[in-house]
Ligand binder design. Structure first.
Ligand code: HEM
Length: 516
């Protein structure tokens, strides 16, 4: 995930050069062998594996911040914690968050309305909004007890990412003893105080609630009936296993199910894809509630482990989504014709009503979803994924074996822009995600959330939340951009961003905010 940073100064050259190759790049950095993969058949081998799950050494810079949380841990600890945490992001749990997604989306609409017709950076708004949503949903901290610490937290995270980026790019900042002596080392201590300050506060409050006997029970509202409707309407999976023209033996043709892909290529399944009804009443707890229970008397999780997981979810859950939503808005501003289609679809769903979005509505936002997937294709918030290989790895695309000890980098950004996979890859085209297009593509040709056993645990949460935030914004504003998409300056450090900031302007479509 953090490898782009490595190459930042030489990134442009390397990226340009990489188009001379469309499968594998091998690079020696001193004694270190790096292998870049960009063919879906090879990517499948690594991402679908239960063996090659170890993160690369560079993730260690995150340890003071995220400890040994889900993103970094490995082996039995990772397996046990993943099994514990994944059910807290299943669809039935997420559906109970819809009211909170709506309420926070309306809040951000009203905040952004104050910008008038000025150009501004929407990322700050998206960042604060996603932190507040995480606090209210996964962490179960009610709005009434929140202060501006969400904003402070988001800003501290941004600065921490800058420091980590520097540690990846400046060799002399890599050894801890030297780093600790620098200004950046001191800044890191201060920033971690803010970041951990928030997570400690959240945990302490939850513990207090637990002591006083308060438990959060998640309620199904419209959801169970909608789940049934969704099954009737969209229950048309065709699992005919035909050979694909391009990817022989590796690709099965599958009719994609619009509205239910949750950012995943059609046909890919992981531990989040249980049937809605598989998640029984007992397991239906939000993330921190479940952790609290598991942490009782340190039986399943120690206090330190609870803190590591809270820090991990707070980071992974906010910066990625803030980047995705900011790219989406930026791109809408650059393509008025596409934006009009999104607006038309929303008008068809909501008419003149200011009512909040329901789960069923999100399933009907098919064109918006295609635009979101296309945004994640062209601007994957996590542009690369890195693994350390502990046993030799035989690739699918040729007679190559990667030796144990090498670092393998899945170059999601590059793979998503391969012309033989996506014709005209530099052009934003939501039709790339029409069912007939996805049906003929290799599953692993679209992996913004990674895939397989270590795929993003928040994938469905992210897609549902993004659809509600973005549809609420587009129901209230038209987005304009004074900068052309081809002039976006991409900065690929920890999370992919626009170096110049996510500059947009908003033109109100309605005067007042939507009502609850
Ligand atoms: C658009 C939004 C998001 C994108 C693009 C994204 C992408 C990713 C990717 C690519 C990975 C694999 C990283 C790697 O192997 O290095 C990952 C892992 C992870 N993500 Fe996300 N993510 C998003 C949102 C979220 C949200 C909302 C949450 C939680 C609320 C979350 C929690 C996690 C966690 C805990 C992991 C580690 C999983 C494991 O190793 O078992 N992510 N994400």
């Amino acid at each position: 995930m953090f490898f782009f940073a490595y190459f930042s100064p030489m990134f442009r050259n390397l990226y340009r050069k990489s188009f001379e190759y469309d499968q594998i790049i091998k690079l020696w950095l001193g004694p270190k062998l790096l292998i870049f993969l960009m063919d879906p058949r090879d990517v499948e081998i690594i991402l679908s594996s239960n063996v090659y799950i170890d993160k690369s050494a560079e993730y260690r810079f995150f340890q003071p911040w995220l400890g040994n949380g889900l993103l970094i841990s490995t082996g039995p600890k990772w397996r046990a914690h993943r099994k514990l945490i994944a059910p807290t992001f299943h669809l039935n749990v997420l559906k109970s968050f819809i009211d909170l997604f709506n309420a926070n989306s309306r809040t951000v609409v009203e905040r952004m309305r104050k910008e008038g017709d000025k150009e501004f950076d929407c990322h700050d708004y998206m960042s604060e909004c996603t932190v507040e949503i995480l606090l209210e949903t996964a962490m179960g901290v009610s709005k009434s007890t929140q202060d501006r610490s969400g904003y402070e937290y988001a800003m501290a995270v941004m600065k921490m990412c800058d420091i980590l980026h520097l540690r990846h790019t400046k060799v002399w900042l890599r050894p801890d003893w030297l780093f600790n002596l620098t200004k950046y080392g001191k800044d890191q201590i201060r920033l971690l105080e803010i970041i951990h300050g928030l997570t400690k506060k959240v945990i302490a409050r939850k513990k207090q609630e637990y002591k006083s006997g308060k438990r959060n029970i998640l309620h199904d509202t419209e959801q169970s009936s909608n789940a049934k409707t969704a099954k009737v309407t969209f229950g048309i999976f065709s699992r005919s296993r035909k050979k694909s023209v391009i990817y022989h033996a590796h690709c099965f043709q599958i009719t994609s199910v619009e509205g239910l892909s949750f950012g995943q290529a059609a046909g890919l399944k992981d531990d989040l894809d249980v049937d809605d009804n598989d998640v029984g009443e007992k397991k239906r707890q939000a993330f921190l509630d479940l952790l609290m229970e598991a942490g009782q008397n340190g039986s399943v999780l120690t206090d330190e482990e609870v803190k590591e997981q809270v820090d991990t979810i707070m980071f992974e859950g906010h910066d990625t989504t803030a980047a995705a939503s900011s790219f989406f808005l930026s791109v809408m501003g650059c393509h008025p014709d596409i934006q009009e289609k999104v607006i038309q679809e929303l008008d068809e769903i909501f008419g003149d009503s200011d009512r909040p979005a329901t789960f069923q509505d999100t399933l009907e936002m098919k064109y918006l979803e295609r635009c979101l997937m296309e945004t994640l294709r062209m601007y994957p918030p996590v542009p690369v994924i890195a693994r350390t290989i502990n046993t030799d790895l035989k690739l699918a695309t040729g007679n190559y074996t990667i030796p144990a000890g090498a670092t393998v980098i899945v170059t999601t950004f590059k793979m998503h822009r391969q012309p033989h996979i996506y014709p005209n890859p530099e052009v934003f085209n939501p039709d790339n995600f029409l069912p007939e297009k996805t049906a003929n593509r290799h599953y692993y040709a679209f992996v913004p959330f990674s895939a397989g056993p270590r795929s993003c645990v928040g994938r469905k949460y992210a897609m549902l939340k993004l659809k509600i935030i973005l549809s609420t914004i587009m129901r209230n504003f038209r987005v304009k951009s004074d900068i052309k998409e081809s002039d976006f300056r991409l900065q690929a450090d920890i999370i992919l961003k626009r170096a110049e900031g996510f500059k947009i302007r908003l033109v109100p479509r309605k005067r007042a905010a939507t009502t609850a």
